[in-house]
Design a protein around this ligand. Structure first.
Ligand code: ADP
Length: 490
């Protein structure tokens, strides 16, 4: 029987997944393995790229078996945690050190130094990004200086983001990156087709160590036949937030989505002209098809679901993520408690890499329920700050489509609608990141002609409306403003 499935590799920050879709967008099967997080010191976050590869392979093999063999897979789509950098040897594909994860702040001094030289306006004008350790460029620069094996690899040295590493391993040596992932490196201009010499010079990165930048859909290579029995075509690739924007059907200018996973990322489709932010938002490539780019304005918040994970695993206030909803509902309000979750600095729109988190407004009447509620409320508060920044940049959200692991929390979703004062739309099928990668693979393999055609794969939406009274919202936002000012001033 002919191929009838799309296999998506969804390489998240906390897990590796292989997901099988029908051409109609229906989920057929999925396989997941957790990824180990390495925290060697404060502010440092690493992954083991060998573990990522091994788990990817295992998840894919299980799903391909469920599909009835590799010949049943029409195409592979890949989506990934962005900015995270892998360094490897081209001869073996073996990593030369741990991968540096997007949350890692070790290059803050390098970025501060470049900022002190007055280089941020140039970087922002060229890349749409800010001089922050979040992006890949400074992480690659750090590896070149600090990983002796990298210097020793000579001409065989290779860098790439996670999708680039996976494609290299899957194809047995094809070194490419898609334009959406490339736009997060700080090494490519928003409208340039290749790595930019001036930007490479900031971090002394040799061009030949980097992958070739390609479209997000099309013929991106074939898996080595030995891996799955038969070669499978890789036809789609995009960073996770760009993929989620596509999977949410935000295909026309102004449509906006927010993903609440480990962090929270809000992207508005800006069309064919790169947006320019005056309010510390990012301009990024949403996707590139047939060499043509569509752009997005982005607000990146570093801590979202990871706050709930931290409350569970490190603080012990809850035993499972869903308990946060029960606790939030168990109290009438936050009791004056505010939590600013700057656990790995503050991202948009504040960008303070060395900010630390606070819980304020505590008194003897505060209980763990108030603290947990304050943690969930922080999501709506952070989004409200972004809504204000987007609006100041000329982009007013009419509604917000949400997804990611956290949106299973109905209380948080209603709170978002209450604080943002716009309809909040949650798809019936939350896995929009994987769906976006499936849509790209479907277009890249010719199952559908365009992303608009592929949007038949998208499910229906559940809409949450504002119910909160104005005075309550004003109290909340005033309390949050004071709490954030406390963090920014310290
Ligand atoms: P990622 O793709 O970044 O690995 P996911 O989209 O899978 O993340 O989301 C997982 C996050 O969602 C975890 O950090 C977890 O704490 C959070 N989460 C899951 N369920 C809930 C819930 N019911 N309430 C609040 N947070 C939740």
């Amino acid at each position: 029987m002919a191929a009838q499935h799309i296999l998506v590799i969804d390489e998240g920050t906390t897990s590796t997944r292989a997901i099988l879709f029908g051409f109609d967008g229906k989920l057929q099967a999925s396989q997941q393995e957790e990824l180990q997080q390495f925290y060697p010191a404060a502010g440092l976050v690493e992954h083991d790229a060998t573990e990522i590869w091994d788990k990817t392979l295992r998840c894919c093999r299980k799903i391909i078996e469920k599909a009835g063999g590799a010949e049943k897979i029409a195409a592979i789509g890949i989506t990934n945690q962005r900015e995270t950098v892998v360094v490897w040897d081209k001869r073996t594909g073996e990593p030369l050190s741990k991968a540096i994860v997007w949350q890692d702040r070790r290059t803050a001094p390098m970025c501060d130094n470049l900022r002190a030289q007055g280089l941020e306006p140039m970087v922002q004008a060229k890349t749409g990004l800010l001089l922050d350790p979040y992006f890949s460029g400074s992480k690659i620069g750090w590896m070149l200086e600090n990983v002796p094996e990298a210097a020793a690899a000579g001409d065989n040295l290779a860098f790439g983001t996670i999708e680039s590493y996976l494609i290299f391993r899957l194809t047995g040596g094809h070194h490419i990156t898609d334009a959406s992932n490339a736009s997060r490196t700080m090494l490519v201009t928003l409208d340039g087709n290749n790595w930019d010499d001036e930007l490479l010079g900031l971090f002394k990165i040799p061009r030949k160590t980097l992958p070739t930048i390609v479209d997000c859909a099309g013929d991106l290579g074939k898996t080595s036949a030995a891996l799955f029995g038969t070669a499978i075509a890789i036809c789609g690739s995009a960073g996770d937030q760009q993929a989620a924007t596509i999977g949410q059907g935000c295909l026309t200018v102004g449509q906006t989505k927010a993903t609440f996973g480990t962090g929270a990322f809000i992207l508005t489709n800006s069309g064919a002209t790169p947006p320019r932010s005056n309010h510390r938002l990012l301009s990024t490539i949403l996707y590139q098809l047939d060499g043509k780019r569509i752009y997005a304005l982005e607000g990146a918040v570093f801590v979202a679901g990871s706050l709930i994970q931290w409350l569970r695993d490190d603080v012990g206030l809850i035993t499972y993520a869903g308990e946060s909803e029960e606790l939030a509902r168990s109290v009438e309000d936050n009791g004056g408690v505010y939590l600013v979750p700057a656990l790995s600095g503050l991202g948009a729109p504040h960008w303070k890499a060395d900010a630390t988190a606070t819980i304020s407004g505590l008194s003897f009447s505060a209980t763990k329920a108030h603290i947990v509620r304050a943690a969930l409320e922080a999501m709506a508060h952070q989004c409200h700050d972004l809504k204000t920044a987007f609006s100041a940049d000329g982009t007013d959200w009419q509604s917000l489509r949400i997804d990611g692991g956290m949106v299973a929390n109905d209380w948080m979703v209603q709170d978002l609608a209450d604080i943002l004062e716009i309809p909040v739309e949650r798809p019936e099928f939350f896995e929009t990141t994987a769906l976006g990668a499936a849509m790209l693979a479907a277009v890249g393999s010719g199952i559908y002609d365009t992303l608009e055609d592929a949007s038949v794969m998208i499910s229906g939406l559940e809409i949450y409306h504002t119910t909160m009274i104005n005075s309550q919202r004003e109290t909340r936002l005033a309390g949050w403003k004071k709490a954030v000012e406390g963090v920014l001033d310290s």
